[in-house]
Design a binder for this molecule. Structure first.
Ligand SMILES: O=C(O)CCC(=O)C(=O)O
Ligand SMILES: [Fe+2]
Length: 329
């Protein structure tokens, strides 16, 4: 993908340059040694029992329904699956149009091999150029995806429908230190050669994207619209860890372990332990054209596959009671 970083002299990004200057100069060294914490957590969980699960509950519908969203945001269910949310043709069309334009970068610390668009963590640097790069791609890529789709893009459709059915509406988030609109529609490519690790290559990287201990006033959710799916494998696994049946201290320790679930140094050991201590997962096999919205505070992982590709258009949905839903990728 072309480098979008404009010159730092560009006044359009002065706020970003200033923000990074201020924060880098104020930054205190934060090099805490995590080794002993991780080792003691691994030690602890090696001897621990399996976590209790809530009863397996996700819903399948033919369209987005407000009652179902309410149950998801209220932590009564952990996912909503809508088969055939978009036509299979659109998935193929988008793939054919972006396949030569995917990131040069091949991520080796997550299951995303290449992406179209940048994930939200780029907003936070480490340099101001990363942040400028992130915001420079927002509108061009949202609009490119719309043009390629020949009308509204899959992520536009999701945003519009959420806005239509959710009383407080849905919007692209600008809730960040720069008060700028975030990117939505990160398109994530998974390929067999990009799957990391040994055990994780098959069973996926278990992680959370929001706090493990759920509350009902707010929450972090992730949605994926599947543009291409492999015929075998690529299932989404969600561990519906109970918030009430497990000891609160154990949940805190599990959260800490999950904080390091992508850490290259410990990844394989942590993932093996997670596979042992978590209860049986809910397994959903997405097909091309489907939409899944999941509670991203529930541990989840995507299973590997040997043939084909898995391409999904992703956005996080942040829920805060009585406020519009906020979308960002
Ligand atoms: O690709 C998927 O099915 C889920 C990916 C994921 O981890 C997420 O959306 O948070
Ligand atoms: Fe995730």
């Amino acid at each position: 993908m072309e480098n979008l970083v404009p010159s730092n002299e560009n006044n359009d990004f002065k706020d970003i340059v200033d923000f990074f200057l201020k924060n880098v100069s104020n930054q205190k060294s934060n090099n805490i040694d995590n080794n002993s914490t991780i080792e003691s957590l691994i030690d602890y969980f090696q001897k621990s029992d399996i976590f209790y699960s809530e009863f397996d509950c996700y819903e399948t519908h033919d369209s987005l329904k407000v009652e179902s969203l309410n149950r998801l945001f209220d932590n009564k269910i952990c996912a909503i699956h809508i088969p055939n949310y978009i036509s299979k043709n659109i998935g193929d069309t988008i793939f054919n149009n972006i396949k030569n334009d995917l990131s040069d970068r091949k991520w080796d610390d997550t299951d995303m091999f290449q992406g179209y668009g940048l994930p939200v963590n780029h907003m936070y640097g480490p340099t101001s150029d990363d942040c400028i790069n992130y915001f420079s791609q927002v509108l061009p890529l949202i609009r490119k995806l719309r043009t390629i789709s020949g009308g509204i893009s899959p992520i536009d459709k999701l945003r519009l429908e959420l806005d239509e059915i959710w009383t407080n509406g849905a919007k692209i988030s600008n809730n960040n230190p720069f008060n700028r609109k975030a990117f939505v529609g990160l398109t994530r490519l998974m390929k067999p050669e990009g799957l990391v690790g040994v055990e994780t290559k098959k069973n996926g990287l278990i992680h959370i994207d929001g706090p493990l201990k759920l509350i009902t006033e707010s929450g972090s959710f992730s949605s994926n619209i599947y543009l291409k799916t492999p015929s075998n494998g690529g299932e989404l696994c969600i561990w519906n860890v109970s918030m009430t049946m497990n000891n609160s201290e154990n949940l805190d320790k599990l959260q800490k372990l999950l904080d390091f679930s992508f850490d290259k140094k410990y990844r394989e050991r942590i993932q093996n332990i997670l596979q042992k201590i978590l209860p049986n997962p809910i397994i959903i096999k997405p097909q091309q054209g489907d939409l899944i919205i999941l509670n991203s505070g529930k541990p989840h992982a995507v299973k590997g596959f040997d043939y084909g590709i898995r391409l999904s258009m992703q956005t996080f949905i942040h829920f805060l009671k009585d406020k519009p839903l906020e979308l960002y990728s």
